[in-house]
Design a protein around this ligand. Structure first.
Ligand code: URA
Length: 235
């Protein structure tokens, strides 16, 4: 059960003050009866605003095809962000919709967004070893000696305490490769290739665990069930 004014504000409908005004103006019903008191507690599933059920009252989990040029930070000073792809109401939710891990501004591909704070912590924890597959193009020819280097579990990046976990490198063309990581250090793919004397020119995340983008166009998202990563389903 949640307080009505808080519920509407947290789901991004309006401010708490505006929610109180809406409730007083009879826009909100609970179980079919007009709500009289903004402090009233209700089950989200019983609430209607102007006759409409609430917008994703239990939470959001989205798979986004991230375009280049958008950051994952909410800080407007860092430039346009991936949240600008979402409907305005979803951008006003509290807890905030945020990315599960980050992709760099210039990286494209599969990004997960959610308002489920515990899920963000779980999936970004070092304990969580879900494989993520990146496709990179680089400036110089990729040679087979990089395969054991990346697989060694001994590649040390500047400023990191621990070496990189063993990573799978598949060279697909002379300057293109697929790299599978089970961790997410800052700028990890770019730094791993840099440690091997290559500069990453383009980077795309193709997979996150079992998830792939499929036909999802750039800039679009699709919803995942909230229990998609429930421990018995995905770990
Ligand atoms: N590694 C990077 O270097 N950049 C990303 O965006 C993701 C992984």
């Amino acid at each position: 059960m949640r307080r009505l004014d808080q519920l509407l504000a947290n789901l991004g409908y309006c401010s708490r003050r505006e929610a109180r005004a809406w409730i007083e103006a009879s826009h909100v019903t609970v179980g079919g009866a007009v709500a009289e008191d903004y402090g009233q507690k209700a089950r989200p599933a019983d609430v209607r605003v102007d006759g409409e059920p609430l917008d994703h009252p239990d939470g959001l989990l989205l798979l986004v095809h991230k375009p280049a040029g958008l950051v994952c930070s909410h800080d407007e000073r860092e430039g346009p962000n991936v949240y600008s792809l979402l409907p305005p109401r979803w951008r006003q939710r509290n807890p905030q919709v945020t990315s599960i891990g980050r992709l760099d501004k210039d990286t494209t591909g599969l990004l997960l967004l959610t308002d489920q704070t515990a899920l963000v912590h779980r999936l970004t924890s070092p304990k969580h070893k879900v494989p993520k597959v990146y496709r990179a193009t680089v400036d110089r020819e990729l040679t087979p000696d990089l395969i054991p280097l990346f697989a060694s579990g001994a590649l040390q990046l500047d400023g990191e305490k621990e070496p990189c976990r063993p990573a799978g490198l598949k060279i697909t063309t002379p300057r293109e490769a697929e790299l599978t990581l089970t961790e997410g250090k800052y700028h990890q793919v770019r730094r791993m290739f840099a440690a091997a004397g290559r500069t990453v020119l383009t980077l795309h995340r193709a997979r996150f665990g079992e998830l792939e983008l499929g036909e999802l166009p750039t800039g679009q998202w699709r919803e995942l069930p909230l229990d998609f990563f429930a421990p018995d389903r995905a770990d």
